[in-house]
Design a protein around this ligand. Structure first.
Ligand code: PBG
Length: 327
């Protein structure tokens, strides 16, 4: 054995051999496509910092959902840009709020689509923070009631999964209790359990018009240096009844994703966020990287680190690449 050269290269000689022994496989069912829904009719407005991503009016979102379903997308996450914003985020839990309308329209246009709603207040508040603000403070417990109302209203509109992303302590428990009290015990909670304060959310705030008017989100989103705390956040949401745990952002947190995967038996989701998408798009537009390969490499790495579910603006392109056998 000692005078033998070991030859791992044997299994790398052809794309057939490489595919045969590939450990990590992406499947189209693992992708979730985000949509940003805005007021109006026939609106399809591209987001400057996210080429290929649009603000869509309800009718356009329904059309997009149907065409995404035909292309192989099986799950969407919906974000809303309300007509008006206020201090109490009333647009988030209005019966006829923008996301509630979109859920119903998507359900009609693509009945088999799994519909996830982002449950947060930042898109609906004048100050752009994810909770209730008083004298410059983001109040935790007062925000819980509004988040719970939002989740119930999204579920009543027909969401299959609500996804609390405000990073308020106790939000999963409050939402679970409110759903159960409204006989919505069948609606699942996908918790943004481990959500870091990240520069990579920049383009999203343009897409969702949700940049905070003062300060930043560091008093509620996590510090990027912490991984033990990530497990504690995951533990709390697990204990509060989350059905799916999410780590966000994805590619700068692969270590955390792996730890959460190893420690919990729940499905784990990773959010490949707006800035991660924008970086690939921007470099590719300059001819500096091969977009297709960078996309495949990034999404495969997220899967390799343990994600069962990947939320990405690349969902359609990734599914296309899978169909063409590019993975
Ligand atoms: C709402 C929310 C944000 C994202 C998902 N839900 C923005 C934020 O927390 O600032 C970011 C998603 C992305 O960047 O693609 N709180």
């Amino acid at each position: 054995m000692s005078d033998l050269i070991h030859r791992p290269r044997r299994l790398r000689q052809s794309s057939g051999l490489r595919a045969l022994v590939r450990e990590t496989r992406l499947v189209s069912e693992c992708f979730v496509l985000p949509l940003f829904v805005c007021p109006g009719e026939g609106v399809r407005r591209e987001i400057n910092s996210m080429p290929g991503v649009y603000n869509l009016s309800v009718d356009e979102a329904a059309r997009e959902a149907a065409s995404a379903y035909d292309a192989g997308v099986r799950a969407l996450i919906l974000f809303g840009l309300p007509e008006t914003k206020d201090e109490t985020a009333s647009g988030a839990y209005a019966r006829d709020g923008i996301v509630q309308q979109a859920v119903r329209a998507v359900r009609r246009a693509a009945p088999e689509m799994t519909i996830i709603t982002d449950t947060c207040l930042c898109e609906y508040t004048t100050h752009g923070h994810c909770g209730v603000v008083r004298e410059g403070e983001i109040l935790n417990d007062e925000s819980l009631e509004l988040l719970a109302r939002t989740a119930v209203s999204q579920a009543e509109a027909g969401a299959d999964i609500v996804a609390p992303s405000a990073m308020m302590d106790g939000q999963v428990g409050a939402i679970r209790a409110a759903l159960d009290a409204s006989r919505l015990e069948h609606v699942a909670v996908m918790s943004y359990a481990v959500k870091y304060a990240s520069a990579f959310y920049g383009p999203f705030r343009e897409a969702a018009a949700s940049a905070p008017a003062f300060g930043d989100r560091r008093s509620y989103q996590m510090d990027i240096g912490n991984s033990r705390e990530a497990l504690r956040e995951a533990e709390l949401d697990y204990a509060e009844g989350a059905d799916i745990l999410m780590v966000k952002p994805a590619s700068v947190c692969l270590d955390v994703l792996r730890s959460v995967r190893d420690r919990y038996d729940l499905p784990v989701a990773a959010y490949h966020v707006s800035g991660e998408y924008a970086m690939i798009k921007a470099a590719a537009a300059r001819g500096w990287i091969d977009e297709r390969r960078a996309m495949i490499e990034t999404l495969t790495s997220i899967r390799r680190a343990g994600a069962d579910i990947i939320i990405t603006y690349y969902a359609r392109e990734a599914i296309n690449a899978l169909k063409n056998g590019e993975f």
